[in-house]
Unconditional design. Sequence first.
Length: 403
Amino acid sequence: MGHVSGVSRDQGTLFPERLDDLIGADSAVRVIDAYIDHLDLGELGFARMPAPEPGRPSYDPGDLLKLYLYGYMNRLRSSRDLEAACRRNIEVLWLVHRLRPCFKTIAAFRSEHGEALRGVCRSFVLFARRAGLLAGRVVAVDGSKFEADNAMERHCTRAEVEAELERLDQRIAAYLEGLDRADVIDAGDGDGGGDGEPSPEAVERALDALRERRAHVEQVHQDMQATGERARALTDGDSRKMRTGRGEWIIGYNVQLAVDGEHGLIVEHEVTTEANDRRQLVRGQRRYMTPACRTCAIKAQCTAGQYRQVTRHRHEAALEAMDERAHEDPYWMSLRRSTAEHPFATFKHAHQARRFLTRGLSRVRAEMALSVSAYNLKRMIRILGVETLLELIATLPRTARPA
């Protein structure tokens, strides 16, 4: 019995297939294309870079934004993977009109448009609200640690930096001693570099490398003294050493999410270098104190200092009420875990994005904004479907493109 046979690769056709015929009507790329075309990218902060004279014109920021959204929805986060997709992925070829930007152009777009990418993320939330997908009755907040592009070995404390400076000074002194010994040999019989001894030229090169290394370490030491840091990551200077929920230490960032309980869409997110989740509420705290402490009859029972400072959040009453509900009914804590932890599991396992690819807080925030945008869009497609979303997008006012 014969097998099912395909069409020969060498078969010619009178009318070649259109690329659009190869993209299904229910493909997510159609939603990405339609939605980005309705955004005012200039208003969000995207702009075409002026081309040199003479020179090649720049890429439309909309095309690169579409490429990134598609990539983050399909585990293609690196600029090189996206560059390869522009050459062999049919959906990407359709989405970016067969353009083939190089990986440097793709990477630069993400690095240079951090705030604009966060604006796109916010626009998705507004679109979800317009589509009736946000109820606002229950919002769960949680945090999770994500690894930075910084190995654990590339992290040091101030004491380790000082020890490294001392070690480098000793090695430099040893090489200088070797040069002095070589000068003595040259002044004597001129047999420098023999009997396994390095030549003066090799010693000079090694000495230059050590001095360059020491200058770098000294700069790190001065920066730590100026900022008061007790430890620093050497590859990504903005990242911090943090303990995960499993008790493991990583070099990374703390990602905070606020998730709507109706459909599990992310309504707000933040990336911070503060490892403690509870301290994320510090911005709403106020400190109170009074000079009456000095004459208070029970001051000794309250504080050993001159004054007693009382810290209270500006929404303390709401926080206390929430705490009471959580203790009275364990259901609320269970709901919080099931709502807020689902996006983290999706990022780290389904999207394979437990580690950031970029360095620096501003770029990491841009990367997280892309992840959140892709997550929300993918979830909206699952809830409403491609056809319904395209109809909703068609009702949005068509906005201007960047000039």
